[in-house]
Design a protein around this ligand. Structure first.
Ligand SMILES: Cc1cc2nc3c(=O)[nH]c(=O)nc-3n(C[C@H](O)[C@H](O)[C@H](O)COP(=O)(O)OP(=O)(O)OC[C@H]3O[C@@H](n4cnc5c(N)ncnc54)[C@H](O)[C@@H]3O)c2cc1C
Ligand code: SF4
Length: 509
């Protein structure tokens, strides 16, 4: 078997029609895992990726250019009411190239919940066990070493210990991390064990071909033996469509992320009444603490410690409660989170070295939808339930208490009118936050649902093997399938379920 290759089509946009056995759309955790499994089994595999291939020094650690190149909609994707930034990757290797490298596996509890509540009988702990194991092996998952827990993370931990709140240093997927601190805009030394570093080289060695700057826009003949997928070629920056061609494939696997796989189904006029529904966004709310000491939060691993005191499992709703996780970003993202203009931003950013920050993460009810604008672009509507808001307030208060106990002189919830807490007496101010649309810097990094899988067509858009109902061999292998939050961090679950689904596809022949 000959090795595969990566081609950037922007330098050669005039492509002719292609035919292939298996076409995979998206090269992230889901797509790369499937590409490797199927190519190793001898299947002819072609992967389309609308992002570019950025590794090593192409990951320049410069905010502007990197958000532009590595994120969907250049980092500007939002819910339709402008309440929540919806962050997703757009690069060979997918969102894991720009994620925070925390590893929280798909738990037994979640699998049992999916079986009990959603009738997903195939998703037993026994069936998934080897695939969960494979996911952790691919991630080279290990606990973050104590010496790599930076001061900002330690302050959250110290505060949690002082008020008696439970927490943990997380698992991560870094090998040889030098603590450069720019994980959210890519790791220039390749320390993060993401698909670009692990599954894609394996898939290439097994003969898979990857086409970059190739955007799938429509699937036709979805019930025929040979499907027809229309592809647009993008320019070198990924801004403009400069060419187009068609791929004919026997099997089509959508692995373009929860939001984009759903978009593709809707653009293609496919899917039943569940397509586009049941979207979870897992809202996250930023909290900023100011200290008098030099915290230097931008050095070292940005997200290492989580306060898990508020996390719980709800028998009716699945993963529930909230987590508070330390985080830090590059100057661009921190400045954009602080609700100030002009000189005030400069003033606030002058204190960047003395900041610590965290995110309150809420595993939500699937209360969002993916739709299309008239131009066929993604439209995300999201109902922000009262219980989400309540849990965000509880999490924000817990974060504030931790930071105050650790010595912060003030803690800010960076609303459009900032809520500033300087002592426990002020916590009632957080209780009063209404979370009206467009007032808080909420963000989503773990989109799930949109093409929910179910045991029957009456309950979901896809079958348990990922097959999109109403089609022949058009599958979804990513988090669009999940009927509820799979984990507080989605990369390990997606790697596991994509491996499981690949095995099932191969067993079908
Ligand atoms: C900022 C951030 C931080 C995160 N932190 C963590 C973390 O610490 N731990 C964790 O476990 N998870 C984290 N996540 C989530 C996790 O990284 C993702 O859930 C996971 O990587 C998604 O994998 P995927 O394969 O489903 O989709 P993606 O990785 O998003 O891959 C989809 C790929 O498909 C491409 N694509 C989309 N549409 C098309 C199309 N029409 N044609 C061709 N290609 C297309 C995209 O460009 C993209 O590269 C984070 C995510 C973000 C954004
Ligand atoms: S902190 Fe580690 S993993 Fe993150 S970008 Fe820096 S070297 Fe890479």
């Amino acid at each position: 078997m000959s090795a595969g290759a990566i081609h950037d089509l922007s330098s050669d946009p005039r492509q002719g029609e292609r035919s292939v056995d298996v076409l995979i759309i998206g090269s992230g955790c889901a797509g790369a895992t499937a590409a490797r499994a199927l190519a190793r089994a001898g299947r002819e595999v072609l992967v389309l990726e609308e992002g570019g291939d950025l590794t090593g020094q192409k990951l320049t650690q410069r905010d502007g250019r990197m958000y532009d190149q590595l994120y969907q909609d250049r980092g500007g994707r939002m819910t339709s009411d402008l309440t929540m930034a919806v962050l997703q990757g757009r690069v060979l290797g997918g969102s894991a190239v720009i994620n925070a490298s925390d590893v929280v596996p798909l738990s037994d509890e979640v699998l049992r919940f999916w079986q009990r509540k959603h009738g997903l009988t195939d998703y037993s702990v026994e069936h998934l066990e080897p695939h969960r194991h494979q996911a952790l092996a691919d991630l080279r998952a290990t606990p973050i070493p104590e010496e790599q827990v930076n001061r900002a993370n330690r302050l959250l931990r110290e505060g949690a210990a002082k008020i008696g709140a439970k927490g943990e240093v997380m698992l991560n997927n870094r090998v040889g991390c030098q603590g450069l601190g720019t994980c959210l805009i890519g790791c220039p030394i390749g320390a993060k064990q993401n698909p670009r570093v692990v599954a894609i080289p394996d898939a290439l060695a097994a003969g898979a071909t990857f086409l970059c700057r190739a955007r799938a826009v429509r699937i036709d003949d979805a019930s025929a033996e040979l499907k027809r997928v229309s592809v647009r070629v993008l320019d070198a920056n990924g801004y403009h469509e400069v060419g187009g061609f068609t791929v004919r494939a026997r099997v089509v696997i959508m692995a373009a992320s929860a939001v984009n796989s759903t978009q593709l189904v809707l653009r293609s006029g496919l899917g039943n009444q569940h397509a586009g529904k049941h979207l979870s966004l897992q809202p996250q709310l930023g909290i900023v603490a100011r200290f008098r000491e030099q915290v230097t939060p931008f050095r070292g691993i940005p997200q290492a410690y989580a306060v898990t005191e508020g996390e719980r499992f709800d028998d009716e709703r699945g993963l529930w409660g909230f987590r508070v996780e330390a985080i830090m970003g590059t100057p661009g993202i921190i400045a954009s989170l602080l609700p100030r203009l002009g000189a005030e931003v400069m003033g606030a950013m002058a204190a960047y070295p003395q900041l610590a920050a965290s995110l309150v993460l809420v595993p939500d009810e699937p209360s969002g939808t993916v739709g299309l604008t008239k131009a066929g672009r993604v439209r995300i509507d999201y109902e922000h339930k009262d219980n989400h808001k309540e849990r965000l307030r509880e999490g924000a208060k817990l974060a504030a208490r931790c930071y105050l106990a650790a010595g912060a002189y003030e803690v800010e919830v960076p609303m459009h009118r900032p809520v500033v807490v300087t002592s426990e007496r002020d916590l009632a101010l957080i209780d009063a936050i209404p979370f009206e649309p467009c007032t808080a810097p909420l963000m989503s990094a773990h989109q799930q649902g949109g093409l929910r899988m179910a045991a029957s067509e009456a309950e979901g858009a896809c079958a348990q093997n990922g097959l999109l109902y109403g089609t022949r061999d058009v599958y979804c292998f990513d988090a669009a399938l999940y009927p509820s939050s799979s984990s507080s961090h989605t990369q390990a679950p997606i790697l596991a379920t994509a491996s499981f689904l690949s095995e099932r596809l191969l067993a079908k022949g």
